[in-house]
Design a protein around this ligand. Structure first.
Ligand code: FES
Ligand code: FES
Length: 153
């Protein structure tokens, strides 16, 4: 079945089953492999993308669910908040193996869009669904505070 999806600002038509998770549309049909498969059951956050600007789990949305929506992936997310998050992640050396990090970054951008100056509790609550096997949680929290300070100037 053909679906037209807007991905990173570009309309793309894909021919997939209606119940295909968009995680696989992005990775297998559109070659956008920055979005990662971790669990496939909404339990790890590795597959987080933005749908109409909100972080959502791409393993749990189908092509039919997102037809007509704006999907943004780690490859193209931009703007002052995204730039501040990327810079803070680099400066604080957040990444260890890296596998979970696209999802962490997409979720962190969502948090700062919603709550520009989050407390530790805000961060822990909002980032709760994003697992990191390398346990980079303390650096993620510090980088979110650093990014918030950069955006505030
Ligand atoms: S792969 Fe989607 S939440 Fe784990
Ligand atoms: S950096 Fe390795 S899983 Fe998070």
């Amino acid at each position: 079945m053909a679906f037209t999806l807007t991905v990173n600002g570009v309309a793309k038509t894909v021919d997939v089953d209606a119940d295909t998770p968009i995680l696989w549309v992005l990775r297998d049909e559109l070659n956008l492999t920055g979005t990662k498969y971790g669990c496939g059951v909404a339990a790890c956050g590795s597959c987080t993308v933005h749908v109409n600007g909100e972080p959502m789990l791409s393993c749990s949305l189908t092509a039919a669910d997102v037809e007509g929506a704006e999907i943004t992936t780690i490859e193209a997310v931009d703007g002052p908040v995204a730039e501040a998050v990327r810079t803070a992640w680099r400066e604080l050396d957040v990444v260890q193996c890296g596998y979970c990090q696209p999802g962490q970054i997409m979720q962190a951008i969502g948090l700062l869009n919603e709550t520009p100056n989050p407390s530790d509790d805000d961060i822990d609550a909002y980032m709760d669904g994003n697992a990191c096997r390398c346990a980079t949680y303390h650096r993620i929290r510090a980088a979110i505070h650093a990014a918030a300070a950069k955006v505030e100037g």
